[in-house]
Design a protein around this ligand. Structure first.
Ligand SMILES: [Zn+2]
Length: 141
C-alpha cells in the first residue's frame, strides 16, 4: 500500500494502511499505532455521532439500497462501535476511517485509524452516493 515510506512519527507503527500515524503517542494497548492491535479486513468511512463511551465511538454510515418495486433508492443507516485511540482525539461530527480488527469486546470489532476532518451537513446525508457508486437520480428512468 505504501511503496514510498512517508516519514512517520517516531513511535508510531506502520499498520499496513495508507494512513499517517498520529503525531502524539499513547499507552493504549488497543491502539493500532502504539499498541499491539492488528487491523485487517474491511475499511469503512463514516461519521462520528457519539464519543460518550470511554475510548469507543459510534460511527454511522449511510447506504443507498435499491427498492425494485419503486425503482428508487432508500437511505439506510448502519452504526458501528469503533475503538477510538486516545492519540487521535476524534470529536463528534468528524468523518473517520475505521478498520476491522479482532473483536475488542462484545460489540466492538473496528478501530478508528484516520481522522478525515469535520463533516459538513451536506456530506453526512449524501456520503454514500459517491462512495457506493450508484447515482440515485440517474438510475430511475
Ligand atoms: Zn496511539
Amino acid at each position: 500500500m505504501t511503496p514510498a515510506r512517508a516519514p512517520r512519527a517516531p513511535r508510531g507503527r506502520d499498520i499496513g494502511l495508507d494512513v499517517r500515524a498520529p503525531k502524539e503517542g499513547c499507552d493504549d494497548r488497543h491502539c493500532p499505532f502504539h499498541g499491539r492491535l492488528s487491523v485487517r479486513g474491511q475499511i469503512l468511512e463514516g461519521t462520528v455521532v457519539s464519543v460518550a463511551m470511554q475510548r469507543t465511538a459510534v460511527v454511522e454510515r449511510t447506504l443507498l439500497n435499491f427498492v425494485a418495486k419503486y425503482e428508487r433508492y432508500e437511505k439506510r443507516r448502519r452504526r458501528y462501535l469503533a475503538h477510538s485511540p486516545p492519540c487521535l482525539h476524534v470529536p463528534v461530527g468528524h468523518r473517520v476511517r475505521i478498520a476491522e480488527t479482532r473483536p475488542l469486546s462484545k460489540t466492538v470489532s473496528f478501530c478508528i485509524v484516520q481522522d478525515l476532518g469535520e463533516a459538513s451537513r451536506k456530506v453526512r446525508g449524501e456520503e454514500s452516493a459517491t462512495a457506493a457508486g450508484p447515482e440515485p437520480e440517474g438510475a430511475a428512468p
